[in-house]
Design a protein around this ligand. Structure first.
Ligand code: PEP
Length: 248
């Protein structure tokens, strides 16, 4: 069965309830006939208002993180139960900004992913190498570690989404070439096949993320292993609709 493309936005620490609502209202008619799944992952504080704004549209609302514990003394974190109360369907996990600025590790990524799965929230697990790692020729080694440790004990890998986000391409305006993104994502798929089973790997949605925009989305999405995009900057404007409609 063909994999259904999935375009998700990552608002990061941007937007307010007012500006977010305005954008969703403007985007909704533009993406209504999309042939792909569409989501916007928004700051936790905006989840109630954005869920309301997206009601009746084909835009799902996601979170930018989720904690593994049911509840308790984890100041600043958010639980699956809290997300589920608003019908949140997706949670980004292990974004490179969380890894670099907030000490996220493969182990914590794994705990968050397992908790999300146990609560029917689809984890969008981010992996990717830094520029230094790419230039030292260890991209595959880094991805092996992130996938082996980050996806440990996952029973059904087809229930997760992977976002391959080369760190050097995030927010820099420097996109991986179509060929670079395809080659690395094909490698990720092969590795998932080894860790789980080849048939499962063929079903896993793998997005590309890193300065994907209205101008470069068609070329990236034309690659056989690229099933979608995780979009930062361009998800804050109507360009997001152009990306969602990449096939039109
Ligand atoms: C991201 O934050 O996941 C991302 C890909 O950002 P940008 O599109 O701005 O590079």
């Amino acid at each position: 069965m063909a994999r259904k493309p999935f375009i998700a936005g990552n608002w990061k620490m941007n937007m307010t309830a007012a500006s977010g609502e305005k954008l969703i209202k403007e985007l909704a008619p533009l993406v209504a006939d999309a042939n792909c799944d569409v989501a916007l992952c928004v700051p936790a504080i905006l989840i109630p208002a954005m869920t309301q704004a997206a009601k009746g549209t084909n835009i799902a609302i996601g979170a930018e993180n989720v904690h593994w514990a049911e509840k308790g003394a984890y100041t600043g974190e958010i639980s699956c139960e809290q997300l589920k109360e608003y019908g949140v369907k997706y949670a980004i996990i292990g974004h490179s900004e969380r890894r670099q600025c907030f000490g996220e590790t493969d182990e914590s990524v794994n705990k968050r992913a397992l908790a999300a799965l146990a609560n029917c929230i689809t984890p969008i697990v981010c992996v990717g190498e830094t520029l230094e790692e790419r230039e030292s020729g260890i991209t595959e080694k880094v991805l092996d570690r992130q996938l082996t440790d980050g996806l440990k004990d996952i029973e059904d890998v087809t229930k997760i989404v992977i976002a391959y986000e080369p760190v050097w391409a995030i927010g820099t305006g420097k996109t991986a070439t179509d060929g670079q993104a395809q080659e690395t994502i094909a490698y990720i798929r092969k590795k998932i096949g080894q860790l789980f089973c080849p048939g499962c790997a063929e079903k896993v949605i793998i997005q590309y993320g890193g300065s994907m925009n209205a101008a470069n989305c068609k070329g990236l999405m034309a690659q056989p292993d690229i099933d979608g995009g995780l979009i930062g900057g361009a998800s804050l404007k109507l360009d997001f609709a152009t990306i969602v409609n990449f096939d039109k």
